[in-house]
Design a protein around this ligand. Sequence first.
Ligand code: CTP
Length: 404
Amino acid sequence: MNDLAGKHIVLGLSGGIACYKAAELCRALVKEGATVQVVMTEAAEQFTTAVTMQALSGRPVFTSQWDARPGNNMAHINLSREADAIMVAPASADFMARLVHGRADDLLSLMCLARPIDRVPLILAPAMNREMWAHPATQRNVKQLRADGATVLDVGAGEQACGETGDGRMLEPDELLYDLTRFFQPKPLAGQHVLVSAGPTFEAIDPVRGLTNLSSGKMGFAIARAAHEAGAQVTLVAGPVGLPTPRGVGRVNVKSALNMQKSLDLLVPSATVFVSAAAVADWRPATSAEHKIKKDGSGEVPTLSFVENPDILVAIAASPRAKSGELYCVGFAAESHDLEEHAQAKRKRKGVPLLVGNIGPATFGQDDNALLLVDERGMKELPRAPKLVLARQLVAEIARRLST
Ligand code: CTP
């Protein structure tokens, strides 16, 4: 995706066993299109080598403020002014304590202190033993660093290198990559609570069989991610799909259309935006057998009869909060032909201000898609692109409509 194309990241490593994850992070940043300049403390060099980091970043590593390579002999000034962000991963307890005090006796802390504070963000990924993380001194330092303008990321929980279990592990490289990517995204949905439904529903025939459809959930999951990147609190109500939950997003798993409706009804009162991306089954078997329906050898086939599922979106869009504008509803339309005509008609039928049309067979299961946005003023095409790119564009369109 090259989400970090054009970004220059100074990746700082302070001393901690999590330096082994910094190597993978460096690789991930480069793969995402960033240029990476590594700066290491002396303690970091006990855990990994400058050779490793140079090989992965493709640039000589800086480890000393007395490095004579820069013409002006001012590595701390040069490096910090080139950066779009400084990310210190791992940020040890000691390194954070030093930052709190404005210490400047090694290159990394000197560079953090010398950075233009309004222009170059400092992002810290703490990594330490759980007792060190929980210690009041560390927690005080984290608070102070945030007050001083640094972004201090969460820590992970689980087994630690020391054998203890608890909070304090450094986040995994893919989580750090996501947090950095999110950091650079605009935040037009800050303060919003976005509810997204995604995936197919599964309507049981008996305990081992059911009816479903080909929706993969990828578009809805991409929208949930894009809304979170845009600063919203996000809850995803997902039908049966095997996709990983986007970082920072709450998730409720459901099976049938009735389950989905029940979960959404509980969440809608606190939501400000509802994006109905789920491919909800229109019908369900009138009865679901308690036990598996057996072949009895007679050659007779069972007959299924159906009842209509409730239209979840229509009900939510007709609720008083949606009518008063407190809840902005976005519908989807999965069509097989005549997209424009069907999307216009469906928007009116569903009672939503914005409807997103796509061709079902061309999108189900794919990583890219093309969308047609339909509102009362007309329509807008979002040409074929990866689903995350489209999701970000859709989120921007929703945010624009919320602000007017
Ligand atoms: N939807 C819903 N509840 C249903 C059916 C659909 O909430 N029982 C929502 C979908 O999440 C989507 C929109 O309604 O946002 C349109 O779904 P779609 O399947 O395209 O349309 P249908 O309403 O099923 O109409 P048709 O099958 O006639 O195209």
